[in-house]
Write a protein that binds this ligand. Structure first.
Ligand code: GLC
Length: 640
């Protein structure tokens, strides 16, 4: 630990708040934050990139593993359009590694407001970091290797969350399961298709009128027994919890929150009224420790009923509209009424209406009581999802004896100590399968080890082949969940023709679980990565440096997922001689030794490639009906 102080330099600008991201108090250094130059007038940190510099990190963002060539903005946003021109998604993980292949350094920008990372966007060879509000703890991390920088950074921000073992199983989710019967039916059909399922997620419809910590008694009569009934089948039910609390007289969470001043209020002291799924809501002030403790304890309603997993959603927070801005928009519409508008006015009109959701001005309308300090929301915006999840994580220690599965949509560095993340509302696009592949190492660097995407795609209609290829990649992601939006084509695995292939794949996941858990735990305990880019291990290999669609998983294997439609194979680059396994099921695979270099490898739709590195081994369990019955002791080993 003492060593860490020699590797990290902290530079303090203005009067930064303690965000809770770091767990080690590093004394402040004076002078220039080298190799950056700081321009106090503009508040900009500048680094002139060398031609060979690659830039890694930022966690959940669009584009490649190498982040160079685009501008990314940390500003947690509920935006389902994860196109490559987007600058912000739901998360802010302000950690970067700059690596020229022989020398590298890291940087962590602890600032909970909007921070822009211009990584060769404005000027191809210049990296600039600029925070909207200048109060910043700026950390420069020194080390010889990217993996060493990762470990130093993670010692700074604390150990990653370790989920319960069963959370490494397979989860089925869909927005639209409305009743206990719907969920029973999903369980039954998985059973009939003989495809294992370990978790079924409960989206907002389980609640009474979308009120947090309620269960609709007509649609879920005798909820406690139902939770038990599912557990007996080896299935954990995982309900969603949304950030906004419905405004409704008689609803205890609302009334207690109002009475105790636990909601976010505006300048005039009245609580902000926003609209999300429940209709009009107040936002709990998770940054106020008392409010956080109160909200966290509310999960007890569900843990007492036997629930041991949650996903926290809409916690950027997402705002469909606020009452205040709605009035402004209606006012604006008045001006258009009866007018013969031209095309430009038509666009203005359109913009006016679409400005209702997630409006920047709305995030400046309300305040937090952050450890006794009144702070305007936008200045700490990126902490909101983190503190919601922290509230839950801390409460679990008090309210239940179980290990609890917990992950969130919005996040900031520090949240990785309390839960994982899913990457939000992607599309059933092949490009989003590839995006999922590229995001995983970045998330791992930043400590968000328990992470994954909506497999098959959330928005839009999936296809059987996309689902199969996505499951084949998802086999290796710690969070392994099939989730889709209301109104899209059904995508439970039993809906497809090739049920047997899906069964084989989910069984293969079960077989891989001991390997996944061993390596995941190792990454937690040693502050390292479970999924890595090739360049982090194969130093000096110029080809490995640029590989963006093959990943190292754990200590022994490399994967090369197929991510293109109609592809019956793919090119794979091997940085060293490896043993290739082509799995059709956990006990049906062929193996072949391949020399280092490029290979075209045929991979049929139902096949999964795994490459074992020299001197390493892959251990496999015998699959079971569910995680509970998985024998993790008696494993077979495939070594090379
Ligand atoms: C949000 C979530 C999504 C969920 C939906 C309904 O869009 O990201 O996962 O299904 O809300 O709750």
């Amino acid at each position: 630990m003492s060593d860490i102080y020699s590797k990290i330099k902290k530079y303090v600008y203005g009067s930064p708040l303690n965000t809770g991201a770091v767990v080690i108090d590093v004394p402040a250094s004076e002078g220039e934050p080298k190799p950056f130059e700081y321009d106090a007038a503009g508040g900009t940190f500048t680094y002139n990139m060398k031609d060979r510099d690659m830039v890694f990190g930022l966690g959940e963002t669009v584009r490649g593993i190498n982040k160079r060539g685009w501008r990314y903005t940390s500003n947690n946003s509920d935006d389902p359009h994860h196109e490559e021109t987007k600058e912000s998604l739901y998360a802010s993980q302000n950690f970067l590694i700059i690596d020229d292949g022989t020398k590298c350094f890291g940087v962590f920008v602890d600032n909970p407001g909007t921070v822009t990372f211009d990584i060769g966007y404005t000027s191809a060879s210049v990296l600039t970091i600029n925070a909207q509000y200048k109060d910043t703890d700026f950390y420069v991390i020194d080390g010889d290797l990217p993996l060493e920088l990762v470990t130093t950074f993670r010692k700074l921000v604390g150990k990653s969350y370790m989920p319960p073992v069963w959370a490494f199983g397979y989860g089925q989710s869909r927005w639209g399961y409305k009743t206990a019967e719907d969920i029973r039916e999903v369980a039954k059909r998985y059973k009939e298709a003989d495809i294992p399922v370990d978790m079924i997620y409960m989206d907002i419809d389980y609640m009474q009128d979308f009120k947090d910590f309620t269960v609709n008694p007509e649609r879920f009569p005798d909820f406690e027994n139902f939770v038990q009934e599912m557990k007996e089948q080896g299935i954990h039910l995982i309900p969603i919890i949304d950030a906004g609390v419905k405004i409704e007289d008689g609803y205890d969470v609302y009334e207690e929150g109002v009475k105790n001043g636990f909601f976010c209020a505006k300048e005039d002291g009245t609580n902000l009224v926003a609209a999300v799924w429940p209709g009009k809501v107040h936002f709990p002030d998770f940054l106020n420790p008392k409010a956080a403790e109160w909200f966290g304890r509310k999960y007890k309603v569900l843990t007492d009923a036997g629930i041991d997993g949650f996903w926290n959603d809409m916690n950027e927070p997402a705002i469909f509209y606020t009452e205040d801005h709605l009035k402004e928009v209606f006012g604006g519409i008045e001006e258009f009424k009866g007018k013969d508008i031209d095309i430009w006015e038509y666009f203005k009109f359109n913009d006016l209406v679409s400005s209702l959701s997630n409006n920047a001005e709305d995030y400046r309308r309300f305040y937090h009581n952050f450890n006794g300090v009144k702070v305007r929301h936008d200045k700490v915006h990126n902490l909101y999802g983190f503190y919601m999840t922290k509230a839950a994580g801390e409460a679990f220690k008090e309210i239940t004896d179980n290990d609890v599965l917990l992950f969130s949509r919005a996040s900031y560095t520090g949240m990785h100590r309390y839960g994982g993340v899913w990457t939000g509302d992607n599309f059933a696009w092949w490009s989003h399968l590839l995006l999922n592949i590229k995001m995983m190492p970045s998330l791992n660097m930043t400590g968000f080890l328990y992470s994954g995407a909506d497999i098959g795609g959330f928005n839009a209609n999936t296809t059987e082949d996309l689902m199969m290829r996505w499951v084949e990649f998802g086999l290796f992601t710690p969070l392994f969940r099939n989730h889709s939006a209301l109104g899209t084509r059904d995508q439970e695995l039993y809906r497809f023709k090739r049920k047997k292939d899906f069964k084989n794949l989910i069984e293969l996941r079960h077989a891989l679980v001991p390997y996944i858990i061993r390596n995941f735990r190792d990454a937690v305990e040693n502050d390292t990565m479970y999924i890595k880019p090739l360049s982090f291990e194969y130093r000096g290999d110029e080809r490995a440096r640029e590989v963006e669609d093959q990943l190292l998983v754990g200590d022994s294997i490399m994967i090369a997922p197929v991510h293109e439609q109609n592809a019956n194979g793919r090119y794979v680059y091997l940085p060293e001689k490896m043993k290739m396994l082509r799995f059709r099921s956990y006990n049906d695979y062929d193996e072949k030794i391949l020399e280092a270099g490029d290979h075209y490898v045929p991979v049929k739709l139902n096949e999964v490639l795994v490459f074992i590195r020299p001197g390493r081994k892959l251990e496999l369990a015998k699959p079971a009906r569910c995680m509970r019955d998985l024998d993790m002791e008696h494993l077979t080993e495939i070594s090379f």
